[in-house]
Ligand binder design. Structure first.
Ligand code: BG6
Ligand code: MG
Length: 221
């Protein structure tokens, strides 16, 4: 029986995945590395330092910087990201997400966040939805996606079993993490990147509590 829903944040609840991409693109350009939206699929869901490693590897510069220099670049990326958040004054939820979160809550399911972003609490606060979540997994103390740890931590905080959870992600690394956690995986985005998910919708507009539960039931029985 399903008892809880665990959500990714960037690219699922808000459109901040695009802002992370813009900030990395700017940092990469300063390092003379070009990244495009196809490469960005590999960055989605991945933590800040790990993302920088992937970018450096992509540009053939993995051994060009000291740990201290890498920290400075990562800090700078975070500053770009935060200034984009400020410029983008009206930070909004993706279409239909508020309704979906409320439906889940009002139907008596528990709700947790499993985001790799250290900015997640700030974003939830800006959206005014912190109180909807029973728990937030903490990316500073567990391994990042594609490891299952953030989802396992979220389930443990909610005191539910992993097979009682449905998790929603827009990233390849996130779907892998959900699968490794033994949960039902819902993907939002292009099926090309999310084929390991149990159920994929192109955008958040197509997400409904009822349909997700039907898909889970069909897989289970
Ligand atoms: C994930 C994003 O949610 O958080 C990644 O998909 C991002 O793009 C990661 O790198 C870490 O975010 P932050 O805010 O801690 O740099
Ligand atoms: Mg995401």
């Amino acid at each position: 029986m399903i008892k809880a829903f665990i959500f990714d944040l960037d690219g699922v609840i808000t459109d901040t995945a695009e802002l992370h991409y813009q900030a990395w693109k700017r940092c990469a350009e300063k390092l003379n590395i070009t990244i495009d939206s196809k490469f960005n699929e590999r960055l989605k869901g991945v933590g800040r330092m790990e993302s920088l490693e992937l970018i450096l590897e992509h540009g053939g510069k993995q051994n060009h910087f000291t740990e201290k220099e890498k920290r400075i670049v990562a800090e700078e990326k975070n500053e770009y990201y935060r200034s984009l958040l400020i410029e983008n004054q009206s930070l909004e939820m993706l279409p239909n997400m508020h309704t979906l979160l409320l439906d889940i809550k009002h139907s008596g399911y528990k709700l947790a966040l499993a985001s790799a972003s250290r900015n997640a609490p700030l974003i939830l606060q800006a959206l005014g939805i912190t109180q909807l979540f029973d728990s937030l997994a903490d990316p500073s103390i567990v391994k990042g996606k594609p490891a299952p740890d953030l989802f396992l931590q979220a389930a443990a905080l909610l005191k539910v079993e992993t097979q009682e959870c449905i998790a929603i992600e827009d990233a390849q690394s996130g779907i892998e993490a959900i699968n490794r956690a033994g949960m039902f995986a819902v993907g939002v985005g292009e099926v090309t990147y999310l084929k390991q998910a149990d159920y994929v919708v192109p955008t958040t507009k197509e997400l409904s509590l009822n349909e997700i539960l039907v898909r889970w039931w069909e897989k289970e029985y």
